[in-house]
Ligand binder design. Structure first.
Ligand code: KG4
Ligand code: ZN
Length: 368
């Protein structure tokens, strides 16, 4: 019999609880906090209060929808960090009390690892094959942009990451400039589908290596729109769809550029045993070599809130076909923050017997 693990996620503005049975999602309930939409970003104080209000009903609903009783739970997993401390404390305190009350193990989950491990979640009635180790994952969220070499469930190495702002933050800031509500990513995504992605161009970073930078792009969008508004106060309204499409295309291009570079970096050679062999065009050719020799193709995944973006998903599928990568894109409900990913991370730790005591403290910044 597989254990039932309750996951609790409260790192930012979503209060979420989920029950998994092994890797199978039995329930996944999220209360979004509408309150932040008027402020153009998450207000930490309001987020903590909303978590306090939401946490009991959300956990009750998760247990009820899983069709189990509390005493059937084998462990409680919670997000320890990174995230907003006040928000994390709500989930952490509740998880600790519940584990203590039920006399079951307590498990700490790292939010960024959990985004990646969401690929191992199984939805009843939707059989799927998760990526095989080792694989590369581009995790893109509101606070992080990381290219991660995933050797095993908890053996992950960051090959590159943003040196300033995250891609999700750039979507959110751009949306704010355009007068769209928070979170800006989904709003830009929707409007972008009606616009011309080649209409406007913005500054792209030129930093070396596998790291990202988005602050220059943010400034470029801000200054461009400010200047255009001086000439025509109706500029945004007249060009909203094209602006969204062009901003989205620029962010996706930046994301893809470094992902492609990461796939040809020496660290990624573990993904495809033949990747260093050159084909007759003179380029490295994991696809050709893998097919010819029977080696598996390299597995490449995306994760995090921005992996919900339709332009990003499409670009990855196209590049995957072209370059010969096996592409893994999470179902929508496991891209943005959710507790199912925390619960499944808890399950993999449960298998290792990696439990925590009551003394664990939340952390704001990534521990990697
Ligand atoms: O992973 P996530 O839910 O929370 C963090 O861990 O930060 O990511 C939230 C981010 C926000 O910046 C939001 O605008 C972005 O993900 N996002 C999107 C889309 N859906 C959410 N960005 C672009 N297109 C989307 N469809
Ligand atoms: Zn997240």
């Amino acid at each position: 019999m597989l254990p039932f693990i309750l996951g609790i996620e409260s790192s930012c503005d979503d209060t979420s609880a989920a029950v998994v049975e092994g890797t199978i999602v039995r329930s996944n309930v999220t209360a979004n906090q509408e309150i932040h939409s008027d402020f153009g970003g998450v207000v930490p104080e309001l987020a903590s209060r909303a978590h306090q209000q939401n946490i009991i009903p959300v956990i009750e609903a998760a247990i009820q929808r899983a069709n189990i009783r509390k005493n059937q739970l084998s462990a409680v997993a919670y997000t320890q960090g990174p995230g907003l401390l006040g928000s994390l404390l709500v989930g952490a305190s509740f998880a600790k009390s519940l584990a203590l009350g039920l006399q079951i193990p307590l498990i700490e989950s790292d939010h960024m690892q959990a985004h990646i491990l969401a690929h191992f979640l199984q939805r009843p009635g939707h059989p799927h094959t998760p990526p095989s180790f080792p694989f590369l994952c581009l995790t893109v969220s509101g606070g992080h942009t990381q290219i991660v070499l995933v050797r095993d469930y908890f053996d992950m190495e960051i090959l590159g990451q943003t040196i300033d702002d995250a891609a999700g933050e750039t979507f959110d800031k751009a949306a704010k400039i355009l007068g769209l509500p928070y979170p800006g990513g989904p709003a830009i995504d929707k409007l972008a589908s009606e616009g011309d992605p080649a209409r406007f161009s913005f500054a792209k970073p030129t930093i070396p290596g596998l790291d990202y930078s988005f602050s220059g792009l943010k400034t470029s969008i801000l200054y461009f729109i400010r200047d255009e508004l001086k000439k025509d106060p109706g500029f945004i309204d007249k060009n909203k769809a094209d602006l969204c499409a062009s901003i989205q295309a620029t962010i996706v291009e930046i994301l893809m550029g470094k992902l492609r570079a990461a796939m040809t970096s020496p660290q990624s050679s573990v993904l495809s045993p033949q990747s260093s062999i050159h084909n007759h065009h003179g380029s490295t050719a994991p696809l050709h070599q893998s097919l010819v020799t029977g080696h598996r193709l390299p597995d490449v995944a995306i994760a995090g809130g921005v992996s919900a973006n339709s332009g990003f998903r499409k670009a990855l599928s196209e590049i995957g076909k072209k370059e010969g990568w096996n592409i893994f894109i999470p179902p929508f409900e496991y891209t943005t923050d959710n507790a199912a990913m925390i619960a499944v991370t808890g399950y993999f730790k449960f298998l290792k017997g990696e439990f925590s005591d009551q003394s664990g403290t939340p952390y704001a910044r990534s521990r990697w």
